[in-house]
Design a protein around this ligand. Structure first.
Ligand code: ZN
Length: 325
């Protein structure tokens, strides 16, 4: 036991001076910083920055829907054991405050979207900008407009430029919690940011290649507003920015009329949403089903979107093949 402890201490001491030169075996022996990420996409970004020094646990797993997630006692245990809890914020995890409180954790809660300009939806009340995580539902003013999907759009990760801000926030939080890993976190973050910059250019080029008149599609919930704003595609969704409330018959009828009137070429299913609504819309219009987009969660390891980068590549492949011809 004593020798084992000494070996761990030795590895830590080495880590202080030479984090990049450590042999893999020595790094494996060092205790990892336990951190929690609220959902799978954020978990992947944290793993990229944390590398070998961090053990990442995810609450909402692959293909899971964070909007309607109901934490179990096992989730409270994960949060209790964490040194940092990374959340998206912007109202995405309406359940997080209660979970953190119930867990009794001393973990730092880090909002990964800090510094991002939030996308505000129509019918928005101006009251809950300053407090990500603070959720104040049902303030949409019904009846004034065709729809009542007011609020802040939480799906900021769908713009790669925003993902770079997530990465910087993750890096800063890990450096603060584990100063010995500063050089490693900075190196990981900058290598990964370079990959994100290449990805951003790839997404821009792919979307620019689609004829402008065909850059309009339907998805089930409004998860691609940041993507649309960054890359010049219009996404129209019968459901609002959350999956908590179902699309109203009025919203669905409006979208069916819009598809017919404007020749919108394709509708897409989402990995986290029931495909029936989108299939029904396709059936009642001439729009084709373009495939499945990953909106709020990664796929499992065997799927086409098990990392953030693969998710974005999968989505642009689906969009390009449905819209280009
Ligand atoms: Zn969503």
């Amino acid at each position: 036991m004593l020798t084992r402890r000494l070996a761990v201490a030795g590895a830590l001491a080495l880590g202080l001076s030479l984090p990049l030169a450590l042999p893999a075996a020595a790094q494996d022996a060092a205790p990892k910083i336990p951190v929690v990420a609220s959902f799978s996409i954020l978990g992947d970004l944290v793993k990229e920055v944390g590398g070998d020094r961090v053990a990442v646990t995810t609450l909402v797993g692959p293909n899971g829907d964070a909007h309607v997630f109901q934490p179990a006692p096992a989730d409270a245990k994960k949060v209790a054991a964490a040194q940092i809890v990374f959340v998206n914020g912007l109202g995405f995890e309406g359940w997080i405050d209660r979970l953190v409180k119930a867990s009794g954790t001393k973990a730092e809660i880090v909002v990964a979207t800090k510094g991002i300009t939030p996308r505000e939806m129509a019918d928005e009340d101006e009251d809950d900008h300053a407090a990500p995580g603070h959720k104040d539902h049902d303030h949409a003013k019904k009846g004034e407009h065709d729809h009542d999907h007011g609020g802040i759009d939480p799906h900021a990760w769908q713009s790669v430029a925003n993902a770079e801000i997530y990465v910087a926030n993750i890096r800063d939080a890990l450096v603060a919690a584990d100063p010995a890993g500063k050089a490693a976190y900075e190196a990981n973050a900058s290598a990964y940011t370079a990959k994100l910059e290449a990805l951003d250019a790839e997404v821009k080029a792919a979307m620019a290649a689609i004829p402008e008149s065909r850059r309009r599609i339907i998805t089930s919930h409004d998860a691609f507003g940041y993507f649309g704003a960054a890359y010049g595609i219009e996404f129209i969704a019968p459901q609002g920015v959350s999956t908590e409330s179902e699309a109203s018959a009025k919203d669905v009828a409006r979208i069916i009329r819009q598809i017919k009137a404007e020749n919108i070429p394709a509708v897409f299913m989402e990995n986290i949403s029931d495909p029936r609504l989108v299939k029904r819309i396709a059936k009642e219009t001439q729009a084709k089903i373009g495939g499945e987009l990953f909106s709020d969660a990664l796929s499992d390891d065997k799927g086409p979107a098990s990392t953030y980068i693969d998710m974005m590549k999968n989505n642009i492949t689906q969009l390009s093949s449905a819209l280009s011809s």
